[in-house]
Design a protein around this ligand. Structure first.
Ligand code: HXC
Length: 258
């Protein structure tokens, strides 16, 4: 498969997607999102890939949905083509872990895409924002919901109502990103982290991801019950036997991902 707007590298066990539309600061148009959907589906289906990294350029992870593509759209068109559900939400459907590696602008749909990933590692140059209000609209890819869950109501409300950007330091302090690294090290750090995850038991990793995500979807009691059930289920894996035997024998575990 050849792509025009993204670069795809699948040096196993990590799949890397680099948004590559520099002339528009990686503005997310339909074609780019279709390509990303394809690439993510490919990684999901490829049994040699056990973790994914999505990144952009040093200047922009993505400066938002493509404003020029949206400007003439009317309500009926938006509704009939189910803008943006059709090709924006693949990252939320993937069962393998996805890390967003963000440098520069992550605005509007760019910030929303990063938040759809499992966690965000930010360069010290990163700037996050939901500036849609300045365009006469609001976030439409989950921003009002996910940002509020990440940083709390007061900060999310201020950002959504004013369009103010948050720098990397504030984003880390507020819980939006897991950590901040020097810009030059961003992609290496994200790949290193992805490889670390890829070395672990894939069933455990996927179930851990599913379980943490439950915290956003359900009550505490139901979430804990879900966790208990899937925790029990992991004792059916070969990797649990290997992981615990390796600890007892003071050696490194060799997971079979089974
Ligand atoms: C289309 C965009 C774009 C965007 C930048 N460009 N952002 N094109 N859609 N979201 C284009 C510019 O038009 C310009 O093209 C080129 O990229 C470089 O941008 P500049 O503005 O010249 O760069 P700079 O002065 O460095 O300013 C950077 C910036 C600014 C602050 C990030 O570009 C900006 O404010 N962009 C828009 C951010 C935004 O509002 N995002 C939210 C979009 S709405 P030319 O051809 O002139 O060189 C959204 C809704 C999501 O995301 C809802 C779900 C889909």
């Amino acid at each position: 498969m050849s792509y025009k707007m993204i670069l795809v590298d699948s040096t196993e066990p990590v799949g890397l997607i680099t948004l590559n539309r520099p002339e528009a600061l990686n503005a997310l148009n339909g074609e780019l999102m279709n390509e990303m959907t394809q690439a993510l589906r490919g990684f999901e289906a490829d049994e040699n890939i056990r973790a994914v990294v999505i990144t952009g350029s040093p200047k922009a992870f993505a400066a938002g949905a493509d404003i020029k593509e949206m400007q003439d759209m009317n309500y009926v068109e938006a509704y009939m083509k189910d803008f943006i559900t059709a090709n924006w939400e693949e990252a939320t459907r993937c069962r393998k872990p996805i890390i967003a590696a963000v440098a520069g602008y992550a605005l509007g749909g760019g910030c929303e895409l990063a938040m759809m990933c499992d966690f965000i590692i930010a360069a010290d140059t990163a700037k996050f924002g939901q500036p849609e209000i300045k365009l006469g609209v609001i976030p439409g890819a989950g921003g009002t919901q996910r940002l509020t869950r990440f940083v709390g109501k007061s900060k999310a409300m201020e950002m959504v109502l004013t369009g103010r950007m948050m720098d990397a330091e504030e984003a880390e302090r507020s819980g939006l990103v897991s950590r901040v690294v020097p810009a030059d090290d961003l992609v290496d750090e994200a790949l290193k982290t992805a490889r670390k995850i890829a070395d672990l038991s894939l069933p455990s990793v996927m179930i851990a991801k599913e379980s943490v995500n439950k915290a956003y979807e359900t009550t505490l009691q139901e979430g804990v019950m879900f966790e208990r059930r899937v925790f029990h289920s992991l004792f059916a894996t070969e990797d649990q036997k290997e992981g615990m035997a390796a600890f007892a024998e003071k050696r490194t575990a060799k997971f079979k991902h089974k």
